[in-house]
Write a protein that binds this ligand. Sequence first.
Ligand code: C5P
Length: 239
Amino acid sequence: MKPKKRIILALDVNSKDEAVDLVKKLAGHVGVFKVGMQLYNLAGPDIVHCINDLGGQVFIDLKFHDIPNTVASAGKVMAGLNCFMFNVHAAGGRVMLKAAAQAVKEEALRLRRAPPKILAVTVLTSISQKELEDEMLIKGRAVEQVVSTWAEMAQQSGIDGVVCSPQEITAIRERCGPDFIIVTPGIRPQWAEEGDQKRITTPRQALDAGADYMVIGRPIIKAYDPVEAVKLIIDELEA
Ligand code: C5P
């Protein structure tokens, strides 16, 4: 895969106009645009068509977590929207994951188009070991162990990949093999500010650790010249 295809730009902005502006500037420079809860709830599903029309692929980051029938139905909507990727919570369980994978495959077949890739969110990177034990009552297991076990469950259920912290990549690769898609946020080139991200890696470190795609937001969208910022990141990935 070409380095630019690995970059998923997080469109964390407050208006459709701002998002469209960024897509126009960057469609030829990054692989995928991520539409999260902020932009999707603001602009509606039309933003996905808009990005597609401008030549961009879309990762819809809404993290579905509900009963199997509801998530399967939402998955069909995602297939109909023609997005490139969307995600669900692995914590919804094996039956929910299988229902989503099956429904998306059937809907894509009916529409005669490629199915979107489904990614599982395992343990959110904002959850600490203490919260896992005290609040989620998952005791006696390290976060990485829960993450890699749920990643394997997702893979066995027909899910295409995971979103995870760069620190979890090695454990997931060991259990799920080279073809399971790994997407990682928390990326900061050396020249960028950390902001609220804590356990960060550079784009190069994420690639070396085995990430397929990296989600990058503020280092690009807040840069004085977003195109120049992307070019610097691509140079780093190619070095
Ligand atoms: O601006 P920044 O590069 O920090 O943006 C990272 C993007 O990845 C944001 O959209 C954020 O919601 C998302 N994300 C994250 N950490 C996770 C999961 C998603 O930063 N564990």
